[in-house]
Design a protein. Structure first.
Length: 95
């Protein structure tokens, strides 16, 4: 679980100690890509499974009500979570 701890710490520090005015779009994209790469390629099987299970749980919560009623930022979150689960499952079963 060391990798998940590292990701969590990095994200907390990135948010807590962000530069005045926030990050540049390119910096945010680079951080997002680094997180995706770590989730997809840097986690051991138990860690990856825990992330996928957490994503599925969030998806279930977000889809209790019709998706159209969600605020836009939650629709984006739902899309990202669904993409995470789909891509992770494809990596686990590359047929």
């Amino acid at each position: 679980m060391r990798n998940l701890a590292e990701i969590s710490l990095d994200l907390i520090c990135a948010l807590k100690f962000s530069p005045p005015g926030g990050y540049e779009v390119e910096d945010i994209a680079a951080m997002e890509n680094a997180c995706w790469q770590t989730i997809m390629h840097g986690l051991d099987p138990q860690e990856r499974s825990a992330v996928i299970d957490a994503a599925r749980s969030h998806i279930e919560e977000l889809t209790l009500d019709p998706v159209e009623t969600l605020p836009e930022y939650l629709r984006h979150k739902l899309d990202a979570l669904q993409e995470l689960v789909t891509v992770a499952e494809e990596c686990l079963d590359p047929e």
